[in-house]
Design a protein around this ligand. Structure first.
Ligand code: MF3
Ligand code: CO
Ligand code: CO
Length: 287
């Protein structure tokens, strides 16, 4: 139990009564009403936020660089090298490199690859859609984002999947309200996906992020409004819907134990942002 004149648990240095006392009371009331509430570990301090934003600056820059260079004829290894070198040169560490044995600095997932594609000698071809997913560490803090790229002239169907998936992410972000529910996010995403005849991947989720790569809570891309954990100011998490043209089921490459593919070989797309919840709304930190 924090005493009112003690330093706040959030690390601000302020007295508890001037900092998170009212916040804790609100959470306690919501809990009494039967809501799931975040733990203090899920609430970032201002100092954490500052470093997460620094990580995001490098991460956004790396993805901007990829965006400016990516084209048909390029290998995914070349994209990986761009991300790696940019990140290091700007004072960051590529979080993917060596993470649970992952061998490269980013994920590059093409066409029917759902996620965790490993950069290699594969050449990007006209008509491909490819996701590049980067995570950067600065001073122990993480920012995570991914974007889709259309290589040359892609089919109208591929373009639509890419665009609708972005719309899903944006609707998910728009559903984030301080003191709202996490289920609102998944509900918004699934409605748009299903209205377009697409399926939502259930095997991978967004996640808390910032002081580690993958933290609580787990952010599902389907859900029911008014359910799920309360979105309290100070929470930082990713929303990263993977949307499939066909079935949502997938399989993992038996050779590398990482890359997932749609079961039916149809296309999959993904966009990911890192966002923060504040008293007055949502901040997009990494994109
Ligand atoms: N960046 C991915 C995510 O959005 C995780 C990639 S883990 C890796 O959570 F090891 F494959 F890089
Ligand atoms: Co992520
Ligand atoms: Co990511």
């Amino acid at each position: 139990m924090t005493m009112r004149n003690d330093p706040c648990w959030c690390g601000s240095g302020k007295k508890y009564k001037k900092c998170h006392e009212a916040f804790d009371r609100t959470l306690m009331d919501l809990k009494k009403k039967g809501c799931k509430v975040p733990t203090h570990k899920m609430i970032k301090s201002e100092e954490d936020m500052k470093w997460i934003r620094e990580a995001a600056k490098v991460n956004n820059g790396a993805l901007d660089l990829v965006q400016s260079k990516i084209k048909a004829g390029m290998t995914t290894n070349e994209i990986d090298k761009m991300v790696h070198d940019y990140t290091i040169e700007h004072g960051g560490i590529p979080a993917c490199l060596g993470y649970e044995g992952f061998p490269k600095s980013c994920c590059t997932s093409i066409n029917d690859q759902v996620c965790h594609g490993i950069p290699d000698d594969t050449v990007l071809e006209d008509g491909d859609i490819v996701n590049v997913d980067c995570t950067t560490i600065v001073n122990g803090h993480y920012a995570d984002a991914s974007r889709m790229f259309c290589i040359g002239k892609v089919s109208p169907a591929a373009k639509k999947l890419v665009d609708v998936t972005k719309e899903c992410l944006e609707a998910g972000i728009a559903a984030v309200k301080p003191w709202g529910h996490l289920g609102d996010v998944g509900a918004a995403i699934q409605e748009i996906a299903h209205a377009n005849g697409y399926s939502v991947v259930l095997d991978y989720c967004g996640h808390g992020v910032g002081n580690d790569f993958h933290e609580d809570p787990m952010v599902q891309h389907v859900g029911t409004r008014g359910t799920g954990i309360i979105l309290a100011p100070g929470m930082v998490f990713t929303i990263e819907p993977m949307i499939n043209e066909g079935v949502c089921s997938l399989f993992i490459d038996a050779d590398n134990d990482w890359t997932s593919y749609t079961d039916d070989g149809k296309l999959s797309a993904q966009w990911e942002h890192t966002i923060a919840v504040h008293d007055d709304g949502v901040e997009i930190i990494a994109w």
